[in-house]
Design a protein around this ligand. Structure first.
Ligand SMILES: Cc1cc2nc3c(=O)[nH]c(=O)nc-3n(C[C@H](O)[C@H](O)[C@H](O)COP(=O)(O)OP(=O)(O)OC[C@H]3O[C@@H](n4cnc5c(N)ncnc54)[C@H](O)[C@@H]3O)c2cc1C
Length: 444
């Protein structure tokens, strides 16, 4: 049997392809509902082609070839000669399943950058604001300011405005003119321009205010300070304050490579510094009988995730991959590269934060403490600083802060963050926390 891990667009496309070819597939996902990051809606949320998830959800419910295990977090995995055993926690009980082949579609989560006051209540990522809305029908606050960089800010703003939220503005760090650097990607992907026009119309409809080349650099609990920034995100000038009780700040995405890392799948550093899996043209990883699709192989959006999921499934089934699928992936990968070119995340954010600002929010470690671990205790990478300060040792295990800690230390020591360090901080020996009680109870 084939197991698909992750029920986002990539996992759903993979599972449906396996089922359509009359093979049994089990889909395991930690969330209570299918859809992954972007399609996790409880009911229809306003957004471009938001109904395209329906056929996948129907297949998951109706196909006799798909077993869907929801709310199950795989916390460890072991590969033996001919099989892969996945250990998962569902409702506090540990279970396991052994399969012949695995398609990993573990996706990504928002990247957060610190700013003065980001530890205050009301500061969250756009993904969190969207998850509250889509997953729980909850609008995050009275007046929501959306900031950061990338086209993903638009569906979040439009979804919130359509649900009745007061959106205080969209503060984008880069200029839309940067798209002119990628004419081939735009020509190859005309549907993306249609999607953009859809969002521009919605922005007019809901009278949303969009500012470019600006960033939120501080929040005092009542108002956000806005500055103009250069392409490296260095502050040029503080220009205004905007009243808000929620700031949704997102700086692209961080691929989730943990589970594939545990299974020994080879990873590489992408041009934007994120760690992704190395896969071949059939989405096959370096580990035997493991394929990987979607954001875990590089951030590219839901359309690319769908195509990669189908290719991975066909390859896992030993079937031929149609040329049109390969072509679609090529086009969409060009667009993914254009995204990186248009929305780079420079290191100028380090000039936004005060020494007392917390960088690791789980363990409450400040910028000053991290700097002292370098200047007074000679830490020269995030791992050593972690031993001195506990930055990255909390509940999230460094998923949010470790990249930022590394960049801070690189600046302090005037060195580049090495590939080895990037891969090191992106991996952890177990994929999710498990209580000693659940472990002691054993596998059911
Ligand atoms: C705020 C926000 C807005 C976005 N807007 C857009 C948009 O407008 N257009 C667009 O194209 N894309 C958008 N995206 C990006 C979109 O999320 C992705 O392109 C798409 O969802 C990627 O699909 P995926 O299948 O690779 O991963 P995901 O959708 O991230 O799904 C991965 C799934 O794997 C599960 N998983 C991971 N690890 C485990 C484990 N160990 N055990 C069990 N389950 C696990 C996760 O719970 C998740 O459900 C947005 C993302 C966010 C966060």
């Amino acid at each position: 049997m084939i197991a698909v891990i992750g029920a986002g667009p990539a996992g759903l496309a993979a599972a449906m392809t396996v089922a359509q070819n009359n093979e049994q597939v089990v889909v395991i996902d930690s969330a209570p509902r299918p859809g992954g990051q972007y399609w996790r809606h409880l009911r229809k949320v306003e957004g471009y082609k938001s109904g395209r998830s329906d056929k996948y959800f129907r297949a998951l419910e109706e196909s006799k070839k798909i077993i869907y295990i929801r709310g199950a977090q795989i916390w460890s995995a072991v590969q033996s000669e001919n099989a892969i055993t996945l250990n998962y926690l569902a409702a506090g009980i540990e279970s396991s399943i052994t399969v012949a082949k695995v398609i990993l579609a573990t996706g990504a989560h928002d990247r957060a950058l610190p700013f003065t006051g980001w530890e205050r209540p009301g500061v969250m990522t756009p993904g969190a604001a969207q998850a509250l809305l889509k997953g729980h029908n909850v609008i995050a606050g009275q007046k929501i300011l959306i900031t950061g960089t990338g086209p993903f800010l638009l569906p979040v703003a439009v979804g919130l405005a359509a649900a009745g939220a007061q959106v205080a503005g969209i503060i984008e760090a880069h200029s839309p003119l940067r798209w002119l650097r990628s004419p081939v990607a735009l020509l190859l992907n005309p549907q993306k321009s249609i999607e953009l026009i859809y969002y521009i119309r919605k922005i007019y409809q809901y009278k949303l205010k969009v500012s470019f080349n600006r960033a939120v650099i501080a929040y005092d609990g009542r108002a956000a300070s806005i500055a103009t920034v250069d392409t490296e995100l260095r502050i040029k000038e503080t220009v205004s304050k905007i009243d808000c009780d929620v700031i949704a700040a997102g700086w692209g995405f961080t691929p989730d490579v943990t589970l594939g890392g545990i299974l020994g799948c080879q990873q590489v550093v992408d041009r934007d510094g994120t760690v992704i899996f190395a896969v071949d043209r059939d989405q096959r990883s370096s580990a035997t009988n493991i394929w990987i699709a979607g954001e875990a192989t590089g951030i590219g959006g839901a359309d690319l995730a769908l195509v990669e999921g189908r290719i991975a499934a066909l390859s896992a089934l030993g079937l031929a991959i149609p040329a049109r699928l390969r072509l679609a992936r090529y086009r969409l990968q060009k667009f993914a590269t254009a995204l990186q070119v248009s929305y780079p995340v420079g290191n100028g954010w380090q000039g936004w934060i005060a020494l007392e600002s917390k960088i690791c929010r789980c363990e409450e470690v400040s910028l000053g403490e991290i700097c002292a671990s370098v200047s007074e205790l000679s830490a020269n990478d995030a791992r050593t600083s972690k031993l001195f300060t506990r930055a990255g040792m909390g509940m999230c295990q460094g998923r949010i802060c470790s990249r930022n800690v590394s960049e801070i230390i690189a600046k302090q020591t005037q060195c580049e963050v090495t590939e080895q360090e990037r891969i090191g901080y992106s991996n952890r020996p177990i994929s999710a926390p498990i209580s000693l009680g659940a472990l002691a109870n054993g596998i059911k």
